[in-house]
Design a protein around this ligand. Structure first.
Ligand SMILES: *Cc1c(COP(=O)(O)O)cnc(C)c1O
Length: 395
């Protein structure tokens, strides 16, 4: 599927000359280590001993019986150390950076989740860590700024543009250009220039590798669908990857529709975006009439990225995966429903996938199963969901 870093027409390396050396060095190193037994043994050890893998595939009995239709399984990435799937990627990249002789990790972060995960890996590996975060986001996510500092990272507020995630990505890329000798840019999702979308996918593919074994063990056959939320798309592609060749398994990505795909307050890239080039890749992006990147909105900070990873853009083009919009309201309802029905408080990002699963499962029959990836836990979202419901609670 991938040829020279392309997924169909998407992907590529749309970057300044000054960044080429860094991505070439990274690609060479990745090609050298990705099938290296020692590298993979070390990574598996980190996954198991540190992150707590394999994560459970949990049969959500109460939800399944209440909704009717397919048996619903939840892939519990929320049970990983640091509370989400992001640790899979950062452990992989930190290990790779160490093998490359790098001593410093830099990262971008929006809500702060990827920044905290990177700071965690840096602490574990004894590496220096600098996280770029939009100034606006540092105010909204003060707790995560504190956690990053506690873990030993330096947090640099980014004041350019809209002072949010997309500006933090741009700043991290500029910083990488100026200091590639000792620094690895630990990118947080399946986006950016080749080889990032491939590297991040491969580290997250452990999710579908486990789902496959676990569902075959539990059900004796493949699921009718795998459903995951899509920001940049890393937990989704990780959940889909080992099912791409199984055409009987539907792959469904849930985008943040915000207040609706017929409004400007949305982050549903496939449903509302157009082809463009940004952050080093060709893919679909939310844009204004002039082709400028549009401001995006979702109740979920982890899903409001104005683009989508190039492999998803390709899976959409060829009709292999479906990308459906889920509104704030639907996600909040799922957040509340799954909390009281299963005793699991999902991340508001993951609640987008759960919301669609709640509509989809009843359309299937009882001898079918679906798997929904719970990408993270929802402790971080309680204050904002309460506020959405008109209740002010202090942190
Ligand atoms: C960051 C995040 C996401 C969105 O990122 P993807 O790269 O699309 O997976 C989803 N869920 C949680 C819990 C997150 O922290």
């Amino acid at each position: 599927m991938t040829e020279h870093g392309r997924f169909g027409i998407h992907g590529g390396q749309y970057i300044p000359e000054t960044l080429m050396n860094a991505v070439i060095e990274l690609e060479d190193a990745y090609n050298r280590y990705k099938d290296d037994p020692e590298f993979n043994r070390e990574l598996t050890d980190l996954f198991n001993q540190y992150a707590g893998r394999p994560s459970r595939l949990y049969y959500a009995k109460r939800m399944s019986e209440d909704l009717g239709g397919a048996r619903i399984y939840l892939k519990r990435e929320d049970l990983n150390h640091t509370g989400a799937h992001k640790i899979n990627n950062v452990l992989g990249q930190a290990l790779l950076a160490k093998k490359m002789g790098k001593t410093r990790l830099i990262a971008e972060t929006g809500a702060g989740q990827h920044g905290v995960a990177t700071a965690t890996a840096a602490a574990l590996f004894g590496m220096e860590c600098v996280v770029f975060m939009g100034e606006e986001d540092t105010r909204r996510q003060a707790l995560n700024v504190y956690k990053m500092k506690l873990l030993g990272a330096e947090v640099i507020p980014v004041t350019t543009g809209t002072a949010t995630l997309k500006d933090a990505v741009s700043q991290a890329m500029r910083e990488w250009t100026s200091r590639i000798s000792d620094t690895h840019y630990c990118l947080g999702s399946v986006m950016g220039p080749h080889p990032f979308p491939t590297i991040v996918r491969d580290f997250q593919a452990v999710i579908s590798k486990e789902i496959r074994e676990q569902i075959l063990e539990a059900e004796g056959k493949l699921p009718a669908a795998v459903i995951a939320c899509v920001g940049g798309g890393s937990n989704a592609i990780g959940s889909f990857y080992h099912f791409i060749d199984d055409s009987e398994v539907k792959l469904i990505g849930c985008e943040a529709a915000g207040r609706g795909i017929d409004t400007f307050e949305t982050a549903a890239t496939i449903n509302t975006g157009r082809l463009g080039i940004f952050h080093g890749m060709k893919s679909y992006f939310c844009q204004d009439a002039y082709g400028q990147i549009a401001p995006v909105y979702s109740i979920s900070a982890g899903l409001d990225y104005p683009g989508i990873g190039p492999e998803h853009a390709y899976l959409h083009d060829i009709g292999r995966a479906d990308y459906v919009p889920v509104t704030d309201e639907e996600a909040v309802e799922a957040f509340e429903y799954v909390s009281r029905t299963e005793g699991i408080i999902p991340a508001i990002e993951s609640a987008h996938a759960l919301a669609y699963a709640m509509k989809y499962a009843p359309t299937l029959s009882g001898d079918q199963s679906i798997v929904v990836t719970v990408s993270g836990r929802g402790d971080k979202d309680c204050v904002s969901v309460a506020r959405y419901r008109g209740e002010e609670i202090s942190e």
